[in-house]
Structure formats: structure tokens, C-alpha cells
Design a protein around this ligand. Structure first.
Ligand SMILES: [Fe+2]
Length: 242
């Protein structure tokens, strides 16, 4: 058994006990929640309770978002791709393979699965924190201060027309950039206007906030910063997560 598979099984066992794998484990924390490739696509369990992000994101939204919306992407993906996807690839690698010739339903549901898998790990209960270490240094090099970055990211997220995602990515020149994608597209996909590896992901579909915030997207975005998991963002930045 390879070390990656062994770590995955170990982390899955921890996750089933409600224990979030810590940095001290050999495997990055993200692998707890984005399963290794198998026969089928799998809905990763939420790494915390449905109400853990209260009062910033409500329990009912989390239940619907995870159990209905994300489950729906997984179910459709399994029905659509039976035997046609290379399941030896990671979800990120599969997204990199999405191009102009990919059918819209696979593009939407694969993107929906990858994006939400990242999004659940991108959040955690607790007090608002700020990035530290290498990620903070990189953000300050690109955006001057963390507050300047936060303001710029929030503004981009607020201005997305319709449904989509706001991202902080590390592009092919190792430069941090804020970018947005429509629907369930992501910056890994071949046709993305700005390609790169996701570091931060914010879902701005109405299903992510409408029950609590109705049309006040800006309030949802401002409150989302309270639940950002900077450890996970840093593992994405360091490319130790998938
Ligand atoms: Fe969503």
C-alpha cells in the first residue's frame, strides 16, 4: 500500500471519529476531506458540524448546500461518467482536463464537485484569523497589506454577475491573483481566463447564502472571513493539498 493511500485511510478513520487531522500527520489536512480516487465520486463528509459556522453561516444552509447541492453534483457525475473518467487522477487533475470539447454537464458537475470539496475545507469554526507565514508574505508582496487584499477580494466577489466563484490563485508564474469564474468553472480548467492553482475559494451562488442573507451578498462575504481556514489555504499555496 502506498504512503498516500495509507495516509488517506488513516485520515478517513480520524474523520469518521470527528477528528480533524492535524499538521503533524504526514498527510496534508486536505486529503481528509477530498478522497483518493476510487471507483466512484464520493461526497466528502463535512469536516465540522452543520451548525459549527454559526452565526456566520447557518445550519440550514450548510445542510442543504452539502447534503443536497453537493450530493447532487456527485450523483449526476457518477451517472454521467460511468467508466469514462480516469479515476486514477485526482479531482484537480480531472478539472485540468476539462476543455472546450467537454460536455457542459460533465464540466458543471465535475467543477461543482471539486469546488465544493475545496470550499468545505476552506472554512472552519472559530474566531476570525489572518494568514501567516509564507502565505501572508506572498499576499503582502502582491497586495501590499492583508487588509488591502481582503478588500480587493471582497469587491471582486461582490461584483460577480449571477452564479460563480471568487478565487485567489497561484498562476503559472507563481504570482498570486484574484480571479472569478462563472457557474461551476474553476481556474484549473483549460479555458479559464486566468489559470492557476486555487489557494482561496468563495462560493457566491445564491444557494450559499440566500436563506440567511437573502439578497445581501456583501454581508455574506464580509462574514465569511470569520470562518476562513488559513491553514488549509496555506496547504493549497504550498501545493501539499489537492
Ligand atoms: Fe455551492
Amino acid at each position: 500500500m502506498g504512503s498516500s493511500r495509507r495516509d488517506f485511510l488513516k485520515n478517513t478513520a480520524l474523520a469518521s471519529l470527528g477528528i480533524v487531522a492535524s499538521k503533524s500527520l504526514a498527510s496534508p489536512i486536505a486529503e481528509t476531506f477530498i478522497p483518493d480516487p476510487g471507483e466512484k465520486f464520493v461526497l466528502p463528509p463535512l469536516p465540522y458540524a452543520y451548525d459549527a459556522l454559526e452565526p456566520f453561516i447557518d445550519k440550514e444552509t450548510m445542510q442543504l448546500h452539502h447534503d443536497k447541492h453537493h450530493q447532487g453534483y456527485v450523483d449526476k457525475l457518477n451517472a454521467l461518467t460511468k467508466g469514462t473518467m480516469n479515476m486514477a487522477q485526482s479531482r484537480a487533475e480531472q478539472c485540468r482536463g476539462v476543455n472546450e470539447t467537454t460536455s457542459a454537464v460533465i464540466r458543471n458537475n465535475l467543477g461543482g464537485h471539486y469546488n465544493h470539496s475545496v470550499f468545505w475545507s476552506m472554512m472552519r469554526p472559530g474566531k476570525e484569523a489572518a494568514p501567516t507565514g509564507v502565505l501572508l508574505t506572498a499576499i503582502e508582496a502582491e497586495f501590499k497589506t492583508y487588509d488591502d487584499f481582503k478588500k480587493a477580494f471582497s469587491e471582486r466577489a461582490t461584483k460577480i454577475f449571477g452564479s460563480g466563484w471568487c478565487w485567489l490563485i497561484l498562476d503559472e508564474n507563481n504570482k498570486l491573483k484574484i480571479t472569478t469564474t462563472a457557474n461551476q468553472d474553476n481556474p484549473l480548467m483549460a479555458f479559464a481566463a486566468e489559470k492557476g492553482r486555487p489557494v482561496l475559494a468563495l462560493d457566491v451562488w445564491e444557494h450559499a447564502y440566500y436563506l440567511k442573507y437573502q439578497n445581501r451578498r456583501v454581508d455574506y462575504i464580509n462574514n465569511w472571513w470569520n470562518v476562513v481556514n488559513w491553514d488549509y489555504a496555506t496547504s493549497l499555496y504550498n501545493n501539499t493539498a489537492r
